[in-house]
Design a protein around this ligand. Sequence first.
Ligand code: NAD
Ligand code: TYD
Length: 357
Amino acid sequence: MNRKFSTILVTGGAGFIGTNFIHYLFGKAGFDGRVVNLDALTYAGNPENLAAVQKVHGGKRYFFERGDICDRALVEGLFDKYEVDAVAHFAAESHVDRSILGPEAFVRTNVMGTYTLLDVARKAWKGRDDVLFHHVSTDEVFGSLGDEGYFREDTAYDPRSPYSASKASSDHLVRAYHHTYGLPITLTNCSNNYGPYQFPEKLIPLMILNMVEGKSLPVYGDGKNIRDWVFVEDHNSAVWLVMREGRAGESYNIGGENEWENIKLLDRLMEIVSLKAGASVEDYRKLVTYVKDRPGHDRRYAIDCSKLKKELGWKRESSFEAGLARTVDWYLGNKPWIDSIRSGDYLKWIEANYKQR
Ligand code: NAD
Ligand code: TYD
């Protein structure tokens, strides 16, 4: 199997992983077709992330379309206008804490938005098999692990937050469109990503910026929850591999095989940032503040990605140390980006969130 696409509709391409995916397509992946980036530009999306791509390929091989994936007429129009033959579906509401405070947007975008894209694709593609709908999902659909074991592709779904429940629902719809209508789909479930362009409400960028700004470093609960961290470019190389070579109808798990307790990760991050910023790690340690736990906080995520490695030969390129160093450098070197994304409702939300704790 080696699929070729001429026009990929990337949804959510102005967010963290989607931005990196588009950079990857035009860079290392060597994709030679067109990319249409459909993004509603919520608080998490920033079209400036792709200014360099726009400059070189804008209007020829790269097209930015601001819009909502729930807007059926708009999505139909894009399929028609650009003769889309693949979808890489990244758009979502993606932050667990926000889903606890306001689940509705998650159900709307993650469930209804995915349904709308699937249904438009089904009708536009009318039984073609030279097309593909790739759905980007999370390991959080599998629930929470104890000290032992790993999530595999056949692990039963057990989502426990409004975010993961909405993603699980979208995964089921994607598979249902394959089984019922024969829509060619592939699906990936990935562990926690880190890297450039991640919105600083997620653990790693939030902590880096708070260190530099001398703000408290809020650790939820006992700090011993475990996440499996993967560099965003390794996630995207896997997505692209699955899109080209994955079997239609199949899911593939993606992970870093890199488990860290939050508090140990924070400790390592403090060491790296202090070295790079020329600051004292002891001063950073004084900022660590244990706060009330996240309600329903999943204890441990860990991915078994042997299917992806054995079947498609996927390999990670980045070690955790190298990926973290690149990430810290990026946040220390991109103040204008940080200022610009914070100009939205970022601060308002952070304040409301911490008031609750
Ligand atoms: P993000 O929040 O950084 O970006 C989401 C993007 O989607 C934003 O640009 C936003 O403007 C856009 N968007 C939101 N609602 C939209 C709508 N209704 N219509 C059109 N665009 C809309 O998210 P991310 O971290 O880049 O995650 C991307 C995908 O990867 C999501 O599907 C997420 O569930 C999945 N995922 C994320 C991680 C992670 O660690 N961040 C891990 C595994 C899977
Ligand atoms: P997060 O980056 O929100 O990703 P997810 O909840 O999708 O795994 O959080 C990663 C881990 O870090 C999770 O166990 C919650 C914890 N966490 C904190 O302890 N403090 C924080 O300020 C944040 C944002 C997260």
